[in-house]
Design a protein around this ligand. Sequence first.
Ligand code: ZN
Length: 117
Amino acid sequence: MDKKKVDSYKKRLLTKQEELLRLVTKSEQDGREADEEATQDIADKAANSYTKEFLFHQSDENRRMLQLVNEALERMKNGSYGQCVACQEEVQQKRLEAVPWARHCIECQEKQDQGLL
Ligand SMILES: [Zn+2]
């Protein structure tokens, strides 16, 4: 892949990384605050645990994506960026355009979505 392309993906990955780090840190803080605001009121408690579950789920998603972004940056360092981690073929440019942290080419992603990989 030509260097200019890699650089532009790298920029996007770094922006995404920063954004996700902020979100993950924020939802951890919100989770703690929700804890501190907890009272003995049962209705409050229920609302609180719902909020926490929601925040937890959300931060889980963000954390997973952050992991993918970190891995993509890692692959850039060792020169395997843009290669499908399953079949080693080049990941389609339009796929990287849409998802610069993609690990799989379109075919392998489809297989993975169907539980075949
Ligand atoms: Zn593949």
